[in-house]
Design a protein around this ligand. Structure first.
Ligand code: MLT
Length: 234
């Protein structure tokens, strides 16, 4: 029977052999929610890079770029990391080079997996359906915050474990903890994360509507997958 496990932060990824595993990267607030939204609004490709320097080099080559550090858009980049910034005609058919504080780092660290998929509440059902039809174990990699676990990514991991627990073994406690936490939070995800560190961080920056938006379930039938270094919609 296939197994599903949860890695609560990229700092623990070395404990999980991923060469024969599908890795689902999640960064609910906001990188992976943004990426799913971008594909829903017609972006052709997303190139996730770990550093601002790499992203700047692509900018100099004339690529459309998006960047975020500590919730804000650094100088010199076109797009920030708000899903709403991708809801314009500007990105249709484009390739966007993206770097964020945690999400893109988690993606670049997962490259040796048999497959890397992008997960968010926005495409939860589509992702679960796809994973049911695959023969591989699954590892949910939570982007967290600068090496530390965070609440929202853990809740997403729990939601996916819940959807797959009838066909996947839940062997490790991190998956069980995430499942139990999600079941507690389910009645009202927004109030459950209200006091979480990144929600407070975003609110301090005057970013509010992104939070409720990223907690919506099954808005899009979209599943981004890594092909080489580039994300495309399956
Ligand atoms: C990240 O990668 O850490 C997040 O996406 C940060 C954010 O967009 O607020």
């Amino acid at each position: 029977m296939k197994q599903i496990d949860v890695c609560l932060t990229p700092e623990l990824l070395h404990l999980h052999p991923i060469e024969n595993t599908i890795v689902v990267v999640v960064d609910v607030f906001r990188a992976t929610s943004c990426m799913v939204t971008a594909f829903a609004y017609g972006v052709a490709k997303i190139l996730p890079v770990a550093t601002l320097e790499e992203c700047r080099q692509y900018r100099e080559l004339g690529h459309l770029t998006a960047a975020e550090r500590d919730g804000l858009k650094p100088e010199g980049f076109e797009l920030d990391n708000s899903p709403f910034s991708y809801m314009t005609g500007q990105i249709a058919g484009a390739t966007v080079v993206v770097t964020t504080t945690n999400g893109t780092l988690a993606i670049t660290r997962s490259r040796s997996a048999v497959k890397v998929l992008i997960g968010s509440f926005l495409n939860l059902g589509t992702l679960a359906r796809y994973l049911r039809n695959q023969q591989y174990d699954v590892l949910v990699l939570c982007a967290g915050w600068k090496g530390k676990p965070n609440l929202e990514d853990t809740l997403f991991a729990g939601a996916l474990v819940e959807q797959l627990q009838d066909e996947f073994i839940v062997n490790e406690d991190s998956a069980l903890m995430a499942l139990r936490q999600f079941q507690q939070a389910r009645p009202n995800l927004l109030s459950y994360v209200a006091n979480s560190s990144h929600v407070r961080r975003l609110q301090r920056l005057g970013i509010q509507k992104d939070i409720a938006y990223c907690l919506q379930t099954d808005l899009y039938d979209i599943l981004p997958v890594l092909r080489g270094n580039v994300l495309v919609a399956l």
